[in-house]
Ligand binder design. Structure first.
Ligand SMILES: C[S@+](CC[C@H](N)C(=O)[O-])C[C@H]1O[C@@H](n2cnc3c(N)ncnc32)[C@H](O)[C@@H]1O
Length: 348
């Protein structure tokens, strides 16, 4: 990959005259598909070839860096975040100045034509950007994004959680009965990270992704995963991890102190995420984070919303906002925590 050719990050640096800036905040699209009635098509999204993804991702302005796969999914590491493809689900997460929604119509056509499948459920979400004015016009505001999505879905539902004048998290979904298998997604979107911890994600300290994964302790978050990691030049880090039975976690790091940002996302099924959350916070030491958790009735995480409700303090953090949304087939919580106690970060 030409690291300074077509990526969203480079465009941002070029499009402003006020120095380097990278928007770590990702746009996140998760789509579940079902087979069209009739027809003998086996309906497997993994039949979409790497070349077809490369063509689609050109519309998003990002490239594939590498990929790993197991029996359940293919995980692509992108120049701006990640793409996970399972039999019935696609997760596309892109940061910087990418134009994710530009690929949606061609993606739906490709899936229909090649896999004989149609949309069963969709979730498009993101946190508020640090510099919205630098985004492509498709993505400058959530209202603009909703207009694009409403043209494609006649039963769309758009939400804004958090504080409209501070940390906001947007979600677009559709009113359907949803999927019937256990499903859950936890996201931690961290900002103002500890600079000592962030130094591991620079070429000055680590020579490659593998070294950064080990030095930071990322390899110990959920041991036993198949890991695909990449350290950007001169800094920045992305990783995908594949776990058994279609589970994954993914981490993306923008370490520059002026706009530091780290995201952690997983669908690993647990009845409580408290320990996992503490492990992640210990590694990155953010000053604040926004946490979302989706869980449907079949998931053992479905009741964790009541635990979160009771966790007003998480080791050194106090909760500033907390909302519970009972969606058509998911319980969703969105919470914002800020550091209340200064903790000396241990050296990397
Ligand atoms: C792709 S990574 C991770 C972004 C992610 N969404 C996050 O959570 O921060 C972005 C980091 O890599 C750096 N970087 C260096 N070269 C890059 C490139 N060619 N494309 C994207 N990011 C690059 C950026 O400056 C930034 O620190």
């Amino acid at each position: 990959m030409d690291q300074h050719a077509t990526t969203g990050g480079e465009e941002i640096a070029d499009s402003t005259d006020c120095g380097h800036f990278f928007e770590g905040t990702e746009k996140l699209l998760e789509i579940w598909f079902a087979r069209n009635n009739g027809g003998g098509n086996p309906g497997d999204l993994r039949s979409i070839s790497r070349e077809e993804w490369v063509t689609l991702l050109k519309l998003v302005h990002c490239e594939i860096i590498s990929s790993k796969q197991d029996a359940d999914m293919i995980a692509y590491l992108l120049s701006e975040s990640s793409l996970f493809v399972s039999k019935r689900r696609i997760i596309l997460k892109t940061c910087g100045r990418t134009t994710l929604l530009a690929a949606l119509t061609p993606l739906l056509s490709l899936v229909k034509q090649k896999c004989g499948m149609q949309v069963m459920d969709i979730f498009y979400s993101r946190k508020n950007y640090m510099r919205p004015e630098l985004q492509h016009e498709l993505h400058q505001s959530f209202d603009d994004e909703v207009k694009v999505l409403d043209k494609l879905f006649d039963n769309g539902a758009a939400y804004a959680l958090g504080r409209l004048n501070r940390d906001t998290w947007y979600l677009y979904t559709i009113e359907t009965s949803g999927i019937n298998e256990p499903d859950q997604t936890l996201e931690l979107l961290m900002q103002d990270l500890d600079s000592t911890r962030m130094s591991a994600f620079t070429k000055a300290v680590c020579k490659d992704g593998l070294e950064a994964t080990k030095k930071s302790g990322i390899d110990q978050i959920i041991p036993g995963a198949i890991i695909d990691d990449f350290l950007f030049e001169p800094c920045g880090y992305s990783m995908n991890a594949i776990l058994p039975n279609g589970a994954y976690f993914t981490i993306h790091i923008t370490p520059e102190p002026e706009f530091s940002y780290v995201s952690f996302e997983t669908n690993v099924e647990m009845s409580t995420y408290e320990e996992l959350i503490l492990r992640v916070l210990d590694i990155f030491q953010p000053k604040k984070f926004l946490m979302t958790l989706f869980a449907n009735p079949g998931s053992s995480a479905n009741d964790f919303y009541s635990d979160i409700h009771n966790i007003g303090q998480i080791k050194g953090f106090s909760r500033h906002d907390h909302q519970l949304c009972v969606l058509k087939s998911y319980n969703l919580t969105c919470s914002v925590y800020k550091r209340s106690q200064q903790i000396e970060a241990p050296p990397i």
